[in-house]
Design a binder for this molecule. Structure first.
Ligand code: PEP
Ligand code: MN
Length: 364
């Protein structure tokens, strides 16, 4: 279940915004020079509103660069003074939040690993209570929309209204083109459950590689998301973290130039515009349907191998009857036309049996 929380649009805390919200800066703040040099280049382009930089870095394994810690807060403050950009960093515990509040950090975000932990989110919400801090919540590492909403609810219950969700992709199972696979379906679900919540995309952590930044960014705009968080570094090849996904500020501007920015708003009078948005959503869902069918077929193939080893038939009528009954029951609950769902599952089942018999007979 979602909920209609009291959430302000981005223009509430950033009145001068006339483009999508763009947040950029290094994965990690590494030195005073790297912090300022990157910021000065970014500030030359008026499309960048917020400067990001990781100070306390959550790393999968110990021993990797874990951020410069509190000293980097001073560097971030200097960026604000020198460039006028808003500043933002990730917080993962009460002490980080307290230090950021003292340093005047404008935007704090909760990282994907922290969103997955309600205790951590609650601890952060408790310290922020009574402030009007801007807080962004990355999706949890697993595609659980309720966990994502739960984190937003905890912050809302602490009185925070300037909330933004960030889609940064989900941990893949096995081989994957992207470091963290995007789930537009989950984003669409979040939008449907919380229509007044601004959602932006973090193509850097989805892609893992700079070559995919454009396609993911464009997809985010096509879906109607309100902004992007893109990592940039004055010298990406020397970055101490996430070096393959960072771009120089100049490369970032080139990506931005190529992107077709799409504006969506519920009171947009332009029918064509709205139609475009709806069609993009349909495209996204259809692509996911095909991907889901492909994963289903992979399992079917595994079943076929087991059946073959155990000399069991491809077609098992009792299982098929049970599948159909179950799927039609779900369709009824969701108000979907039963004949429509029945036809779809007959086709899916028919192809599964065909694939199974092919595998079973392959070396006969
Ligand atoms: C980050 O933004 O630097 C970061 C660590 O991201 P995530 O929480 O999405 O992994
Ligand atoms: Mn990073």
């Amino acid at each position: 279940m979602g909920s209609q929380l009291d959430i302000q649009p981005i223009s509430h805390w950033l009145p001068k915004i006339d483009n999508p919200l763009l947040i950029s800066g290094p994965c990690s703040l590494e030195s005073e020079e790297q912090t300022m040099a990157t910021a000065i280049e970014l500030a030359k382009d008026k499309r960048v509103f917020v400067y990001r930089g990781g100070i306390w870095k959550p790393r999968t394994r110990p021993g990797s660069f874990e951020g410069m810690g509190s000293i980097a807060l001073g560097w971030l403050k200097n960026v604000k003074e020198e460039t006028g950009l808003l500043i933002g960093t990730e917080v993962a515990n009460a002490q980080h939040v307290e230090e950021c509040l003292k340093a005047g950090v404008d935007v704090m975000w909760i990282g994907a690993r922290s969103t997955a932990s309600p205790f951590v989110v609650q601890e952060i919400a408790d310290v922020l209570k009574g402030t009007d801090q801007i807080v962004m919540v990355k999706n949890p590492v697993n595609p659980d929309v309720q966990l994502w909403i739960g984190a937003l609810e905890r912050l809302s219950q602490a009185g925070l209204k300037n909330l933004v969700a960030i889609h940064r992709g989900f941990t893949p199972f096995g081989e994957s083109k992207y470091r963290n696979y995007p789930s537009w379906k989950t984003v669409i679900e979040l939008r449907q459950l919380m229509p007044n919540l601004p959602i932006i995309c973090d193509p850097s952590h989805i892609s893992g590689k700079r070559e995919f930044l454009f396609e993911i960014s464009q997809k985010a705009f096509d879906i109607g998301l309100e902004g992007l968080m893109l990592e940039s570094h004055i010298n990406p090849s020397c970055a101490l973290s996430d070096k393959d996904q960072q771009v120089t500020p100049a490369e970032l501007f080139k990506i931005l130039d190529k992107l077709v920015i799409k504006y969506t708003s519920s009171n947009d009078p332009l029918f064509e515009n709205m139609l475009d948005t709806l069609r993009s959503r349909i495209d996204g869902i259809d692509h996911e349907i095909i991907e889901i069918l492909a994963s289903r077929m992979e399992i079917v193939k595994q079943i076929a191998m087991y059946k073959k080893e155990n000399k069991v038939t491809a077609l098992q009528i009792s299982r098929w009857t049970q599948i159909l009954e179950d799927r039609l029951g779900i369709a009824r609950k969701l108000n979907l036309d039963e004949t429509f769902i029945k036809i779809i599952f007959q086709l899916i089942h028919e192809d599964s049996v065909r694939q199974q018999t092919e595998i079973m007979d392959s070396d006969l």
